[in-house]
Design a protein around this ligand. Sequence first.
Ligand code: ATP
Ligand code: MG
Length: 242
Amino acid sequence: MSQELLRLTGVSRQYGRGETAVSALAGIDLTIAAGEMVAVMGASGSGKSTLLTVAGGLTKPTSGEVVIDGQWISELSAKQLAVVRRRTLGFVFQDFNLIPALTALENVTLPLELDGWRARDSRRAGMDALASVELSDRAHRFPDDLSGGQQQRVAIARAVVGTRRLILADEPTGALDSQTGELVLRILRRRVDAGAGAGAVLVTHDARHAAWADRVVHLQDGRIVGQTSQGTAEEALLGADR
Ligand SMILES: Nc1ncnc2c1ncn2[C@@H]1O[C@H](COP(=O)(O)OP(=O)(O)OP(=O)(O)O)[C@@H](O)[C@H]1O
Ligand SMILES: [Mg+2]
């Protein structure tokens, strides 16, 4: 198991060509280690979502290299890349993106089923993941019967189920009220701290939410213009007590 979950080296991404070309990312160098949660902040259009989709192998960089858990993405076939996405990566979106016709448990185990897991094993892994987000008692509910915060926790469970370790979350608290958003972040934080080798990249507009991360990366016009390391929110709270 590699301690380095993600490495971007000199990553650029252009959309379009010629006069109308947009440079969404320009020379990004970024590394995420296991046990690390990194927040990405920046104005609308600064390239945050593009950064996540490139980091997750969903968008090809125009130049530069992406290495996910030791695998050079540019050297993988489409099929091999799909396997990396299913086994290593979990995406969490602003609007949860759960399948309404599937229960919470079925939503969580879907990537395992697609990967050919036996029903019993995927069920067990799915229940473990739901337990880690404190939703064991909602496993057989459908998304419509869950609150927004619960739906987002299901999405986090799906992002970490089985062997998935790199969580890429694009404004996962955007559709939640601030208290529910904090709860979702606390669960994400706990998951990264659990010692299972997980790491997370979290896009957020909210500085209070970014405070849950170990490091904040500031993007502007597709470039990293600043990085701040910080203690976890818990350490910050402890510090305030002293
Ligand atoms: N599919 C696309 N085709 C063309 N241009 C795109 C595409 N996706 C993004 N862009 C452009 O790339 C730049 C970065 O977009 P991106 O969505 O990564 O920004 P963002 O920081 O996530 O913004 P927001 O905070 O609004 O979500 C923007 O100028 C955007 O218009
Ligand atoms: Mg975006």
